[in-house]
Design a protein around this ligand. Structure first.
Ligand SMILES: Cc1cc2nc3c(=O)[nH]c(=O)nc-3n(C[C@H](O)[C@H](O)[C@H](O)COP(=O)(O)OP(=O)(O)OC[C@H]3O[C@@H](n4cnc5c(N)ncnc54)[C@H](O)[C@@H]3O)c2cc1C
Length: 379
């Protein structure tokens, strides 16, 4: 066993850290306040190789090990979790293609992302189907060489700016998960309407919209896998992406802890820095230990993938543990700042708002517990 990161991953960590410190951090408050989309910063991340990390080398991609992706994800979220979510949304949207497409489809739908800056969206959630993915109602009716898609997708990251959509829909909603399939939609075809950008609590730099599909024609050739295979493809995608969202929690919590330590050393009450009070020290000590535990658990979930093993159980441990940890660490950071923590003039309330989303998207903390229990109880 070796806990040291390999040199090539350390170099990637340093480059992501520098980008987060010099480019993302200075603009984080602005994009949070305005809830604008930082397209130029996201473009720079893509140019540095900090996006599209999963794309196979055989199709022009970087094909970074999952461990390297996780290390980068921590740094990006330390810079700004909203921006990081929009950056990693590309990997989430392209993963079903990486995992399930033919070589020809990979060339068509992945290669353009390695050649120029493009954005993609992963379209699974619907207004009436969030945790209950198999309850989706967006339908695809086959007509010759095309599917005709009707329905609505909700909370779609980067949906307003995407050049390509990975859509999960059903050929027969009565068949639940067995009716689901995956289609790639190129550009903005007739019948696809983008709704208004959501005015969110946190991660406000990320773009989040509703998409409406009215008789959208999609070539059958754009189907990834077979009809009925979409549910398993979506679940395999989430197994791959959970280490990244878990590491977002680590990045957010680390930022909160660093701010809390700096503040506790300089804030004086009762004639001494509040860092000298044991109550404050204990909050910081718990943050540090929980951050390290989350990081190690998440590294393991990424390592399992790199080792060719199924990581469903451990990646759910990691996402659940790390998301709940970040919520606690950021809440405690606000507590250490006292009244100033509650003000938008100081950085920690943003981290608390940003952390909340990790307990919700890509499977809520409750759903992670369901996955863990199902894995442990089956058989
Ligand atoms: C900012 C943002 C960005 C997002 N980006 C994307 C994206 O790019 N693509 C995409 O497809 N989706 C995206 N999502 C959707 C996200 O994955 C869903 O919001 C999430 O899966 C939860 O679904 P829901 O909101 O419908 O909540 P619900 O499923 O309605 O859950 C409501 C509550 O009930 C609990 N609950 C539900 N079922 C159970 C159960 N069986 N047992 C116990 N508790 C349960 C949940 O844990 C939660 O607390 C995004 C969401 C947000 C907020």
């Amino acid at each position: 066993m070796n806990f040291a990161l390999p040199d090539d991953i350390k170099a990637l960590q340093e480059s992501a850290r520098k980008f987060a410190r010099e480019v993302m951090r200075p603009k984080a408050a602005h994009y949070d306040e305005k809830s604008e989309f930082p397209k130029d910063i996201i473009r720079q991340a893509a140019e540095l190789g900090l996006m599209n990390m999963t794309l196979p080398a055989a199709h022009g991609g970087n094909e970074l090990p999952h461990l390297a992706q996780a290390v980068i994800a921590e740094e990006l979220a330390w810079g700004c979790a909203g921006m990081a979510t929009s950056m990693i949304a590309n990997d989430l949207a392209l993963l079903p293609i990486v995992l399930g497409a033919t070589a020809e489809q990979k060339d068509k739908f992945l290669k353009p992302f390695t050649e120029s800056f493009k954005l993609a969206s992963f379209c699974l959630t619907e207004p009436g189907a969030g945790s209950d993915v198999a309850g989706m109602r967006t339908t695809a009716r086959r007509e010759g060489d095309f599917y005709v898609v009707n329905g609505q997708k909700q909370w779609i990251t980067n949906g307003e700016y995407a050049d390509q959509y990975t859509l999960f829909c059903t050929t027969d909603s009565t068949r639940k998960h067995k009716g689901i399939m995956c289609l790639v939609i190129e550009g903005r075809p007739k019948g696809l309407t983008v709704g208004k950008h959501e005015n969110k609590m946190g991660q406000r730099a990320s773009n989040t919209v509703t998409l409406t599909f009215e008789d959208v024609k999609v070539p059958v050739a754009n189907r990834i896998g077979n009809e009925g295979e979409g549910f398993l493809l979506a679940m395999a995608t989430l197994d791959n992406s959970r280490p990244l969202t878990a590491m977002f929690s680590v990045g957010i919590a680390r930022a909160a802890m660093e701010h809390a330590i700096d503040y506790a050393k300089q804030r004086q009450q009762f004639g001494k820095p509040i860092a000298e009070f044991q109550a404050i020290q204990f909050m910081i000590a718990d943050m540090a230990a929980d951050i390290e535990a989350s990081r190690l658990l998440t590294y393991k979930s990424a390592w399992l993938l790199d080792d060719g093993q199924r990581n469903t159980l451990v990646s759910s441990y990691a996402k659940r543990f790390a998301a709940d940890m970040a919520m606690k660490a950021t809440t405690d950071a606000v507590q250490i700042y006292g009244g100033y923590g509650y003000s938008r003039e100081y950085p920690v309330e943003k981290l608390m708002r940003d952390a909340k989303l990790i307990q919700i998207y890509e499977g809520t903390s409750q759903v992670q517990r369901l996955v863990i229990a199902r894995e442990l109880l089956k058989g």
